[in-house]
Design a binder for this molecule. Structure first.
Ligand SMILES: Cc1ncc(COP(=O)(O)O)c(C=O)c1O
Length: 481
């Protein structure tokens, strides 16, 4: 049971010792009467050590990537070097004002300039913008770029964006917000885009396709060159959602596969924890034909100095105040310099190796609907474990074993989905321990399903009403006296 500090009643002890005020400013007489409290604050009298212990205890009930594996599929919750956090806090970066004269922040501008070029290089595309603040924001930026491209050509007929049913959930939302109508393409039994289904909808009303690469099943589209070729022949553009880049960074480039627009999730792939509650960054790289439409201002290197340039009349405008989330770009820049080409290849090698290792262990006990070599993640089904046990039960029981559960009930094309991404930073021992817990849960499902229906039992909170928690949050302590 979690208690609040307000529940600690009855001590009537002093929480802190302060010397009597000896400055005139601190006297109560200076406060105008109408601003004075009518009722004394309801603050519990709890001794300082108890306050400290209370909050220390609460902090230990939390679970994060520094506690253990966090195998949330589609989220890449991996360990990121603390060194990069230190670098982002260097005062000359951290306190640089966005309105500072550019002559005073040449180092920061150089970093932005170089980072755009490094990202364009990794993507195999012509140029990049660091403005978008998250993956979905990058998608929206990319969709605006595609819209502007066709407007610029006077082609107002192209109103459809094609989306495989294995796409990430933000993709259709971004396309719709940008003013397109989404057309879904069914995946084939192999979990990949069905080329015949694609061809049947390709015509001069299609603005483009949005592909999550690898898709949300963790499967790489083996016919990617044919897909992009068919879309291009029909006059459309190809958008690649690159949030899963850790599956192939340093090994393959979206531009070489036919991508015209590509977004990164720096806060998944390159040294900012995803879901860390802080800002993210979703840079977008584009092919040559889309460069004139990139957001302004752009950082340029002219006459020996770095400057902001607003003079791009065909630009879609600004997508973020100033120049995006600088600290996130800084951490990614530092990480990329540390990794180098060989390091990037090691990232994708380990991400894919870990996912396939875990998939091989777990498919012995859980159904794997799309049974093939995966990339950085894979999707099991909790259906069929037996005795009415659901995916939610499995996820809750994992909490009892001290593991954060995987993503559940997504992607929608797998019933009772358990979407697992071990990431490149976990070692074999951790993967074995996680697999052992999953195997134990599968055994419990057969022998004692009630245990699973009632899980979790070993953690401070049991099953929460998540809908009510969102719709009716209790944000203040409910005093009753
Ligand atoms: C494949 C994919 N695309 C897009 C996104 C959206 O990114 P963000 O949460 O930064 O908006 C995610 C998020 O994890 C993702 O996994």
């Amino acid at each position: 049971m979690i208690t609040t500090i307000f529940d600690r009643k009855g001590h009537e002890r002093v929480g802190g010792l302060f010397p009597p005020a000896d400055t005139p400013h601190a006297t109560a007489e200076l406060i105008p009467p109408d601003l004075k409290r009518k009722v004394a604050p309801r603050i519990p009298n709890v001794p300082e050590p108890e306050v400290v212990r209370h909050y220390m205890h609460l902090s230990k009930l939390n679970y994060g990537i520094d506690d253990g594996i966090y195998p949330l599929g589609s989220c890449t919750m991996k360990y990121n070097p603390k060194l990069n956090e230190d670098l982002a806090r260097l005062p000359r970066f951290a306190v640089a004002h966005p309105l500072a004269d550019t002559s005073h922040v040449q180092g920061s501008l150089q970093l932005l300039y170089e980072m755009e070029r490094i990202l364009a290089h990794i993507a195999g595309l012509a140029a990049a913008t660091l403005q978008p603040a998250a993956g979905a924001h990058g998608e929206l930026t990319g969709m605006f770029l595609i819209r502007r491209y066709f407007e610029d050509r006077g082609d107002s007929n192209r109103k459809y964006i094609l989306l495989p049913d294995s796409a990430h959930g933000t993709n259709p939302a971004s396309a719709t917000i940008a003013g397109f109508t989404v057309r879904e393409i069914k995946s084939g039994p192999d979990g990949m885009v069905d080329l015949a289904a694609l061809d049947s909808v390709l015509d001069d009303t299609v603005a483009g396709i949005m592909l999550t690469v690898p898709n949300t099943l963790g499967i790489f589209e083996e016919r990617i060159l044919e897909i992009t070729d068919h879309v291009h022949r029909a006059g459309g553009l190809c958008y690649f959602d690159g949030a899963n880049l850790n599956a192939y960074i340093g090994r393959a480039r979206p531009g070489d596969m036919g991508a015209d627009v590509f977004h990164f999730n720096l806060h998944k792939t390159l040294s900012t924890p995803h879901g860390g509650g802080g800002p993210g960054s979703g840079p977008v790289a584009v092919a040559e034909a889309l460069v004139p439409f990139l957001p302004v201002p752009r950082v340029v290197h002219r006459d020996g100095s770095y400057q902001f340039d607003w003079d791009y009349p065909r630009s879609i405008g600004s997508m973020h105040s100033f120049y995006g989330n600088f600290g996130v770009a800084l951490k990614a820049y530092a990480y990329l310099l540390q990794l180098g080409d060989a390091g990037m290849r090691a990232v994708s090698e380990n991400a894919v190796l870990n996912a396939n290792y875990l998939q091989t262990l777990l498919k012995r006990v859980y159904p794997l609907p799309y049974d093939r070599l995966c990339k950085h993640e894979f999707v099991l089904s909790g259906k069929g474990v037996g005795n009415g046990v659901t995916t939610l039960d499995i996820a809750k029981r994992l909490l009892d074993y001290g593991f954060h559960p995987p993503t559940i009930y997504f992607p929608l094309i797998v019933h009772e989905a358990l979407m697992i991404e071990p990431t490149e930073t976990e070692g074999k021992e951790t993967l074995d321990q996680f697999a052992a817990a999953m195997e134990q849960i599968a055994r419990e499902a057969k022998e004692n399903p009630e245990l699973l229906h009632n899980a979790p039992v070993n953690i401070p909170v049991r099953r929460l009403d998540q809908t009510r928690a969102v719709r009716q949050p209790i944000l203040a302590y409910p005093f009753t006296d």
